[in-house]
Ligand binder design. Structure first.
Ligand code: SAH
Length: 226
């Protein structure tokens, strides 16, 4: 079954963007997933195609109107979750990517300017998601990030099935380091164990490296592990 993505944006030309390339692009062509992009401006109802207005209570910037956004969401709404990209949302993780990949698809709402009127976010019970603690100028790059991380998990998208199992975050740890030929480069040798041909020893070394690197770089991940 095709995993279905619908994106609502004021800048439809930003899609499929990077998702038209490489693994995601191939999977889009072969129908593993589908992407439709809706221009929120198409739901404006005045001559000037206005989608935003000034914030109640004053302050800088413009806010996307709830009636216009609601009409845009209604045009694609079905059984899929509606995700609102916002720096005020819960931080997106690999576990979220796995959960979305297991579902039928997602509707992704990209904000611009100061953001979106909170009433439509609540009325549509949107899942408010952030990709990190920084502010982008629009939700489009965030939507591309979510979709990239989800699509690569869909069955048949990645080459070897196990490449998704080992990687960073899937076991609550960062991944071990990788090495390839030449075995010696600028005087630096690859760790001997990797050349030993001893699968058990390699697995043990990788597990230990995973833990060491996670402890050094992301102790928060270890603290959160079950
Ligand atoms: N005034 C808002 C920021 C608006 S940025 C605030 O201070 O919270 C404009 C749009 O970019 C947002 O509506 C959102 O859709 C998107 N955006 C910005 N940063 C983001 C992030 N870290 N994660 C997801 N979306 C983000």
């Amino acid at each position: 079954m095709t995993w279905r993505a619908s994106v609502l944006t004021l800048f439809p030309a930003m899609f499929p963007g990077s998702l038209g390339q490489s693994l995601a692009g191939r999977a889009l062509e072969t129908g593993v997933w589908s992407l439709d992009v809706t221009n929120i401006r198409d739901f404006a109802n005045d001559r000037h195609k206005t989608v935003d207005d000034t914030p109640f209570g004053g302050g800088a910037g413009m806010v996307l109107r709830p009636d216009i956004v609601d009409a845009a969401v209604a045009s694609v709404a079905d059984d899929r979750p509606v995700v609102c990209l916002t720096p005020r949302g819960r931080r997106f993780t690999q576990a979220d990517a796995q959960r979305f990949a297991a579902g039928p698809g997602a509707i992704l709402l990209c904000g611009r300017y100061e953001g979106i009127d909170q009433r439509v976010i609540e009325a549509r019970a949107m899942d408010e998601v952030s990709i990190g603690d920084y502010v982008l100028s629009g939700g489009e790059l965030a939507a591309l990030v979510l979709l990239d991380s989800i699509v690569r998990l869909l069955p048949g998208v990645m080459g070897a099935a196990e490449s998704a199992e080992d990687e960073s975050f899937s076991a609550g740890l960062l991944e071990y380091p990788h090495y390839t030929r030449p075995a010696e480069w600028q005087g630096h040798r690859v760790p001997d164990v990797l050349l030993s041909g001893h699968h058990g020893a390699v697995a043990a070394w990788r597990q230990a490296e995973s833990k060491r690197i996670t402890r050094e770089r992301r102790p928060d991940l270890l603290a959160a592990a079950p």
